[in-house]
Design a protein around this ligand. Sequence first.
Ligand code: FES
Length: 238
Amino acid sequence: MKKEKITITVDGKEVAAYAGETILDAAKRAGIYIPTLCHHPLLSNTGACRMCVVKIEGTGRQNLNSSCTTPVNDGMVVTTESPEIKKMRRLNLELIFSERNHQCPFCEKSGNCELQAVAYRLGMDYVRFPFLWPKKEVDASHPDIIHDANRCMLCGRCVRSSEEVDKKGVFAIKGRGIDSDVTVNIDGRLGDTEVTKDDVAIQICPTGSLCEKGLAYSERYGERRFDMKPIEGPVEPK
Ligand code: FES
């Protein structure tokens, strides 16, 4: 079926959109950056992280909506950047950082972490809240994968990708509120499941929570420029 084309306004600019798609998808196609964490183009959206909040004209002064879950309407007027939006994103980000161990210098995914990248992009130079330092289990029972719940931000991407893409349903979020945790969906540990290191669920983790064993600090996990050795002599351009 042909998609109906509509027009919305994003940050004062007219943007072509398709009826039913999300504000995030329309904005992205127009080259407008909106930070995201729980969203991934392969997966359904849940609006868990609230990083992608935007202001929609006519929805009330305090009302910021997650752009990854809000469908566009013809004539919709959207603002993606303002002091109010910045404040809300920053607050959400600081809460995520304070709830678990997101201390980048000690994480093997440092340099290749979406949470870290968004924090840099948003200029997060401190966290106002006390760190909770919960002591979560590290599950190293799988021969190729390590699951460190201390580095989880509960975005649910592993749960959704294991269900929707890998078709295995290996992960689930159990518990409520601050006590929520991603765990395996069976009575057992990661090593008892059929998950493999190549599953999208493992590759799609935005933090250092689900990692392939043996890749710590390697190029694939974010080798940083200052870790590299300078090359002697002239280098031919590629
Ligand atoms: S990316 Fe939209 S709520 Fe997380």
